[in-house]
Design a protein around this ligand. Structure first.
Ligand code: FAD
Length: 471
């Protein structure tokens, strides 16, 4: 049995595999990438597409897909976190260009997996943001729908569905309507990340697994056994930047690691699926502050996640054997949405580390002087964003003047100074704890049908205030 099976349902579904051999000897390359998750692999892929003779290596501490890329919820979104705030100051032409680039992400991934023959259960059926469980979700979702219209999106990007229109796609108990967007696909993440690793290897990229980087300085990476000299270095580590040795620990000031946790049901019967919907394979979420996300897997399970934890001092969480409480919290919401699943077995529960930037949106920068390009801070919306990042970082390294590098999240002549730092502890820990308490209190009160109006309003107000404080 492969040692990585218990990482996630997705890894459990793969045939067992061994780690690729580690780096044993010193070498000199054009580009050295730290991390074989989606960011590192997409960057290598697009570099080799454009310049096949480029000498590229990837150093991975465990195996390709060990991080968030092999554990996530399988939403492949045609958007990035915080895009409308980032585009606020842009003119209409740039906004339109950006929307086109972002909406094309799922289709770009479809083109690559077709070309490279990567079977990863890809389905593009869009996403449903559903107002459910309590009426307050409807007012908030309508407010969001208006914001989307004001930001320049049209009916083909985001459509309001009333309850009978929603029922044709998804049957959620006590729903009040939904926003549907076609710009989202679903994938089996481990199949995509492992398939992509094979594809870049076929293009001549050398991937060394079980090769954690222990030191990074300009033009040089070190592992325990060898030293790599490189013109360009790509720290594609997301949350794992926090684990780098003290000399380069800088990254965790910008990429704060938090955890998201998921459960998966046993495969459900046709009868249950008939009562739930998702016949085309849409992704879905409710509109609470629990940051829920769900999909129907290719083997007919319901995979359902929600926001997780934060560890003092921006420490990575290593043990993802979820507690009974963590499983029950997710199961409770799942059963509120689909009461018919009350007796369904949960067969898998897992989680992973992801990173949030201080501006709650990703950044892609090139520091020519220090010889690195960096992308990260995807904030739980990284599956699609990493594909965009891979193309953007490749263009930055190759010095291509493309539409991608005109985007407001890109700094073509940048440095760490362009990024906003997180506050020092205990502020992130206190902030996180209070926000989660306020959000949990809100969810508890609003799901009680008989809660007094003043109590509902108070719970919502408190959650609003805490949400604004951290932004
Ligand atoms: C539970 C969960 C659910 C999510 N759901 C979704 C979703 O549905 N949709 C969505 O868009 N996003 C989702 N995300 C976020 C998304 O998965 C990530 O943003 C994305 O996978 C990040 O990819 P990455 O390559 O940047 O980082 P990672 O995949 O984390 O890769 C970093 C790699 O670096 C390696 N590494 C660490 N230290 C070192 C070192 N010292 N030297 C060398 N290598 C090292 C790690 O082993 C790892 O393989 C989710 C995340 C989690 C955790």
């Amino acid at each position: 049995m492969s040692a990585w099976k218990n990482i996630s349902l997705w890894m459990d579904q793969l045939d067992s595999f061994d780690a690729r051999p580690p780096l044993e000897n010193d070498c000199q390359v054009d580009v050295a990438i730290m991390g074989a998750g989606f960011t590192g692999l997409w960057t290598a892929y697009y570099l080799k597409q454009q310049q096949p003779d480029l000498n590229v290596i990837i150093l991975e501490s465990e195996v390709a897909g060990f991080g968030a890329s092999g554990r996530n919820g399988g939403w492949l979104m045609g958007q990035i976190s915080g895009q409308d705030t980032l585009l606020e100051a842009s003119d209409e032409a740039l906004k339109q260009l950006a929307h086109n680039i972002l909406h094309d992400i799922p289709d770009e991934v479809a083109r690559v997996i077709a070309k490279e023959n990567i079977a990863c259960d890809y389905k593009k059926a869009g996403v449903l943001y559903v107002a459910a469980r309590y009426t307050e979700q409807k007012y908030r979702l309508l407010e969001y729908f208006n914001e989307l219209k004001q930001a320049g999106y049209n009916q083909t990007d985001y459509e309001w569905l009333n309850t009978s229109q929603l029922e044709k796609k998804l049957n959620i108990s006590s729903s009040f309507g939904a926003i549907f967007s076609p710009h989202c696909a679903t994938i089996q993440p481990a199949k995509l990340v492992r398939g992509l690793a094979d594809a870049v290897e076929n293009l001549g990229v050398r991937i060394y697994e079980k090769s954690p980087v222990t030191a990074w300085k300009q033009g040089e990476l070190r592992t325990e056994k060898a030293c790599v000299s490189a013109k360009w270095i790509v720290p594609a580590l997301e949350a794992y930047g926090a684990q780098l040795p003290a000399s380069v620990k800088k990254l965790n000031q910008y990429h704060l690691p938090v955890q998201s946790l998921i459960i998966a049901t046993e495969p459900l019967s046709e009868e249950l699926w008939h009562s739930i919907g998702l016949a085309s394979g849409e992704a879905f979420a409710d509109n609470s502050r629990q940051v829920t996300y769900g999909i129907r897997s290719a083997d007919n399970r319901l995979v359902f996640g929600a926001r997780g934890t934060y560890q003092f001092g921006a420490k990575l969480r290593e043990n993802f054997q979820l507690t009974t409480q963590e499983i029950d919290d997710r199961r409770r919401i799942l059963v509120e949405l689909f009461p018919q699943l009350h007796a369904t077995q949960i067969t898998h529960a897992w989680g992973g580390n992801l990173a949030v930037s201080r501006r709650f949106s990703p950044h892609m920068i090139k520091d020519e002087k220090q010889g690195f390009v960096l992308s990260g801070g995807y904030g739980g919306e990284g599956v699609g964003a990493t594909n965009l990042a891979g193309r953007t970082l490749a263009d930055l390294i190759l010095g291509n003047d493309t539409d991608l590098i005109k985007m407001p999240w890109v700094k073509a002549q940048g440095s760490f100074h362009d990024l906003t730092k997180w506050e020092s502890e205990p502020l992130p820990w206190l902030g996180y704890k209070s926000v989660i308490k306020a959000f949990d209190f809100e969810d508890k009160v609003l799901t009680q049908d008989d809660a007094a109006k003043w109590k509902r309003q108070l719970a919502e107000k408190v959650a609003d205030v805490f949400e604004k404080i951290v932004q």
